[in-house]
Design a protein around this ligand. Structure first.
Ligand code: NAD
Length: 499
């Protein structure tokens, strides 16, 4: 059985804790590898390595650091097929979608090539007699990222690219469910010229996460995962005096106004609701048609589309809409939610629970499910399902639809489909959700903007990627200097002002 260890000090090392977690091929249901779960001692070794390597890297000029990322981008293109295959094999998503996962991370690496510009401080000449003030952004030292299973290429890159471009050393604790790609990314960074010890991958579970949160030499932690763990990581990391940002779960609504282009809205709903088997924090999981007539017309067009979704293992070619869920536990959890929806009285219009594929009977597949007449009090509305399940909640008016999205505890993404500019503008201004799409179903901002949810989808300050990532992984120092040094104005006992 293939064993996946850690990447510490510029090389792969075997795990020594004696604890492992199974890594599945979700399409076949078979265990294909075992990933090591780090002990505290293994984590400490990685942190020691990072700490020793960081001062030289932090003192390397930013243009040289940026060149490593430039080369890294080339290597990602070179190895795209290999990365996508490894990703699909452990995650289950289709190959084109796996390439998208790599590319959305690569785009953040491209953005980080701008580090010399992004790290520039400010300068005020003559702020007082002979006095100049300037500010610099300095790396924090050793920082960490803890990432989820659903984007095993993109989210690690969102974390480590800006952190290392800013001069930090990095400890990545990726998901134990699909650990191969993060290890490959670390190797590519080394090949691109990153010094050993600057990017370390420590595989593990709660023990490694707690070790990161409690370690005095880790200055900052960026986390992405489910809300319960995000909240835990945030409070424990903050209690240990670290800078922490945590991004959690979601329940993304899409309002469909009576004047919307319904064919466009239906395309958007099937892509954003069922792509990656719904295992995306920006998946649309609630459709809110406004008005009974809009709802009836929508259901008429949507139902056959969901019935005809193509589900297949990634090896079946580029034709599939989505693949299996990541684990048997995820499969059973999603199925349990669908059972619960039926029990609580929602109308299950398309039932994918019994989906099975010849030759892949042990895979973690579930077909697309579509509920109509879902209400606010139902569990399938309140909780994140993270599977190919779309709930339709009918709203009588625009205000009712807006209020529905605003009252939900999650606030990651939201969308409105309409031809009415007034409605779209009003929606964007009033909604209390971090990322808004207008006739765009998955409004994931591009690398040069920032990504982050509100309410219980995000804890802490500053967003991911874009300029915020450089703010998160650096601290500002402000220097006030006086030249020529000979100016003498005596001892001052009153706080100096510019009055
Ligand atoms: P998860 O919370 O189970 O795991 C995330 C990370 O936390 C992993 O590295 C895991 O090893 C670790 N972890 C798990 N249990 C832990 C525990 N008890 N103590 C300490 N650490 C623990 O999340 P997941 O299932 O891998 O990912 C799916 C979730 O991530 C969904 O809720 C999804 O919405 C969310 N997500 C959010 C964003 C965002 O930017 N808001 C992006 C992608 C995914």
């Amino acid at each position: 059985m293939r064993e996946i260890g850690h990447f510490i000090g510029g090389k792969r090392v075997a795990g020594t804790s004696g604890r492992f977690s199974d890594v599945y091929n979700p399409a076949t249901g078979e265990v294909e590898a075992k990933v090591a779960l780090a002990s505290g001692a293994e984590l400490n070794a990685a942190i020691e390595n990072a700490k020793a390597a960081q001062p030289d890297w932090g003192a390397t000029n930013p243009q040289r650091r940026a060149r490593v990322l430039m080369k890294f981008v080339d290597l990602l293109h070179r190895d795209m097929d290999k990365l996508a295959e490894a990703l699909s094999r452990e995650h289950g998503k289709t190959l084109p979608d796996a390439k998208g996962d790599v590319i959305r991370g690569l785009e953040v690496a491209e953005f980080c090539i701008g580090a010399p510009h992004l790290l520039k401080g400010e300068f005020s000449e003559g702020a007082g007699p002979g006095i100049d003030i300037h500010s610099v952004r300095q790396p924090l030292g050793v920082v960490a990222g803890i990432t989820p299973f659903n984007f095993p290429a993109m989210i690690p890159m969102w974390k480590f690219c800006p952190a290392v471009a800013a001069g930090n050393a990095f400890i990545l604790k990726p998901s134990e469910r699909d650990p191969s790609v993060p290890m490959m990314l670390a190797e590519l960074m080394l090949e691109a010229g990153l010094p050993a010890g600057i990017l370390n991958v420590v595989n593990g579970d709660k023990e490694a996460v707690d070790g990161i949160l409690d370690h005095p030499d880790i200055e900052a932690v960026g986390f992405v995962g489910s809300t319960a763990i995000a909240e835990y990581v945030y409070s424990r990391g903050c209690a240990a005096g670290k800078r922490v940002q945590c991004f959690g779960g979601a329940k993304n609504h899409m309002l469909i106004m009576p004047d919307a282009d319904l064919d466009q809205a239906v395309d958007a709903l099937v892509g954003a609701g069922y792509g990656a088997a719904g295992e995306r924090c920006m998946a649309v999981s609630v459709a809110v048609p406004v008005g009974e007539e809009t709802a009836d017309r929508l259901m008429e067009k949507l139902t056959p589309r969901v019935e005809n979704l193509k589900i297949a293992p990634y090896t079946a070619g580029d034709d599939a809409d989505f693949g299996p869920l990541v684990t048997k536990a995820a499969h059973d959890r999603v199925k349990g939610y669908v059972d619960k929806g039926v029990e609580e009285g929602a109308d299950l219009v398309v039932d994918g629970r019994d989906f099975s594929m010849q030759g892949y009977e042990d895979g973690f597949f579930i077909g697309g499910c579509l509920f109509d007449n879902v209400t606010k009090d139902m569990t399938i509305y309140k909780e994140e399902i993270f599977g190919p399940v779309l709930s339709v909640v009918r709203a009588k008016t625009y205000e009712e639809g807006l209020d529905l999205a605003m009252s939900h505890e999650y606030g990651n993404g939201v969308a409105i489909f309409t031809r009415d500019g007034d409605a779209a503008r009003d929606f964007a201004a009033r909604i209390n959700i971090g990322m808004v799409g207008i006739n765009v179903p998955i409004p994931v901002p591009l690398a040069y903007y920032t990504f982050g949810g509100w309410k219980r989808s995000g804890f802490g300050d500053l967003n991911q990627h874009g300029p915020d990532a450089f703010r998160f992984y650096t601290r500002t120092k402000t220097i006030t200097s006086r030249w020529p040094s000979g100016i003498k104005d005596g001892a001052e006992f009153v706080i100096p002002t510019m009055g």
